[in-house]
Design a protein around this ligand. Structure first.
Ligand code: TNX
Length: 532
């Protein structure tokens, strides 16, 4: 279980001390104590690191965080960084939007970057006098601060003051992602997870430069998002007795959902809502009889079978329902994608499936979103705006290749590599094993651009690590399945294929353990990793 850092109330003190700090003499440039970390000890591995052993920066009581004047986003990221660094250092770390200071500084600057870093990248320079992070966009600046966090001693994650020398190794990093999309998915339908649990997961994801969180909001066992035009979806489908074994009740109000969207956005993570259809719909159909072809509501289900439910494909009411849901969800979703599921619709004929999806894909576009679905949606007429999520365990998929040829983009989530709900080994207490056992080396040991024959680098939008929650109830459970495999998928999404190296990865992974212990992350101590 992760204990949250309580926000330190240092701002008042900082304001009082500011004149004093600003009138202080320039910091002595004496050599700081040797850094405990090296510039390349980062997950995901940066594109280029040039260490400079003659330089290192020590965060001191005089250090200020300086941000580009006029950039509200840089100021916000500066404050977030200060909030991360204050508890363990005990330093005031004032955040100042000024052009220069005489003080030792961590400068967070928009613009003036190396050509290569693009929309999400950053560059980081560490000298004796300052740490400078530059990016073209706030997303890159935020990513750079996550790298800085990992370059500090693990004690930086401690909730209270530590007697550590806060030295950052000297040198230069140029870093940018291989893929635009690096996702995680959490299933709220099989067991509901609260706003606090979801935002705690967001905190962890953001440390590894994950930039999308897909929420699986509906399934046979539960409906977890408020829809005003069909109010019983949640009062019944999210009520007592819902979820696997009837012990996963709960739902997100629209206000809850919007709070998660905002919390994630402040960490440069975009929320993607999923409404699974035309199968995986028993929760809705058991609540509203009119959503069934025979007009009879089936009983609620709390088992983990799949493939038995289907919306009524040839009834206009079905499309009114679907449009209502899409419209209401699109209105509270600022991100570009809306996921319409589409997996395992075994109770829908192939012809009906195509009919259904060919009506629903344009509905998503009508409300200004890009349709996203499990790879089965490529059996319908997906366009270049749509995205298909590959979840197969094989290496071929004809309809996916045909869809990619018409421009549909692919997110790679091969179930036997990227599914965080698969057991690590036969003794794992949680999880399922239908796609196989997935040790850390399996989660790391594949390439998103060669996994499926005919789906090359250009067709791949990115990677995603789904976490289905049939067996998961608590945040501890989530953490145990996600860590350490989530960082493996994050590295596949961010780092170059040339840098892919299991020995390097497992060493860097082992170095994360002291941080996770301080953050109270219940990670699985895989025997494959040399844990510190
Ligand atoms: C298959 S993968 C499912 C989910 C289950 C998951 C369990 C996919 C698109 N559908 O309904 O939760 O397996 O691992």
């Amino acid at each position: 279980m992760r204990r949250r850092h309580t926000t330190t109330r240092l701002l008042a003190i900082t304001a009082l001390a500011l004149p004093l700090i600003l009138s202080a003499a320039p910091a002595p440039a004496a050599a700081p104590p040797a850094p405990t970390r090296q510039l390349s000890d980062v997950i995901p591995a940066p594109v280029e690191t040039r260490p400079d052993a003659r330089n290192a920066f020590r965060i001191s009581p005089l250090t200020v965080i300086r941000t580009t004047p006029g950039s509200a986003a840089a100021m916000r990221i500066g404050r977030q960084l200060a909030t991360t660094l204050r508890p363990a250092t005990g330093y005031p770390l004032p955040v100042l939007a000024v052009r220069s200071t005489p003080l030792p500084e961590i400068a967070l600057l928009i613009g003036g970057t190396d050509d290569r870093i693009g929309q999400q990248g950053y560059q980081l320079d560490v000298t004796r006098h300052r740490v400078t992070i530059r990016a073209n966009n706030p997303a890159g600046l935020f990513a750079g601060t996550q790298t800085l966090r990992q370059l500090l001693p693990a004690d930086i994650e401690a909730p209270d003051r530590q007697r550590t020398a806060w030295t950052v190794p000297g040198g230069h990093i140029v870093d940018h992602p291989r893929f635009d999309y690096r996702g995680a998915m959490l299933d709220l339908a099989r067991h509901f997870h609260t706003v606090d649990e979801i935002t705690a997961y967001v905190d962890l994801l953001s440390q590894y430069k994950i930039n999308y969180l897909h929420l699986h909001l509906t399934d046979d066992q539960g409906w977890r998002i408020q829809i005003d035009s069909w109010p019983r979806l949640t009062t019944v489908g999210g009520g007592p007795g819902t979820g696997v074994d009837g012990v996963g009740p709960g739902y997100l109000t629209k206000a809850d959902y919007q709070a998660i969207v905002a919390y994630a956005a402040a960490r440069h993570i975009t929320i993607i809502p999923e409404i699974d259809m035309p199968g995986h719909t028993n929760a809705a159909q058991s609540t509203y009889p009119e959503l069934n072809c025979d007009g009879v509501a089936p009983p609620p289900r709390t088992d983990i079978a799949v493939g038995y439910s289907s919306l009524c494909i040839n009834d206009e009411l079905t499309y009114r329902f679907v449009e209502d849901v899409i419209r209401e969800l699109a209105a509270i979703t600022p991100g570009p994608f809306l996921h319409i599921g589409g997996d395992e619709a075994h109770a829908t004929t192939d012809e009906d499936y195509r009919t259904f999806m060919n009506r629903v894909l344009p509905l998503v576009a009508k409300y200004g979103k890009r349709a996203y679905g499990w790879n089965e949606i490529t059996q319908a007429d997906t366009s270049a705006d749509d995205v298909a999520q590959f979840w197969g365990t094989g290496t071929t998929n004809g309809s996916l290749v045909a869809a990619a040829a018409r421009g549909t983009k692919v997110v790679m989530s091969p179930a036997n590599k990227a599914y965080l709900d698969m057991k690590y080994d036969a003794n794992t207490r949680l999880g399922l094993r239908w796609a196989g056992l997935i040790e850390v080396s399996d989660a790391y040991g594949w390439d998103p651009a060669t996994r499926v024959t005919g789906i090359g680098e250009d067709a791949v939008l990115g990677v995603e690590a789904p976490l289905w929650s049939e067996t998961l109830r608590t945040l501890d459970d989530i953490e145990h399945m996600a860590f350490p495999r989530l960082p493996a998928i994050a590295e596949l999404g961010w780092s170059t294929s040339a840098s892919h190296n299991w020995e390097s990865f497992r060493t860097r992974l082992g170095e994360q353990a002291p941080r996770w212990r301080l953050q109270q992350v219940d990670f699985y101590p895989s025997p494959q990793v040399p844990w510190l």
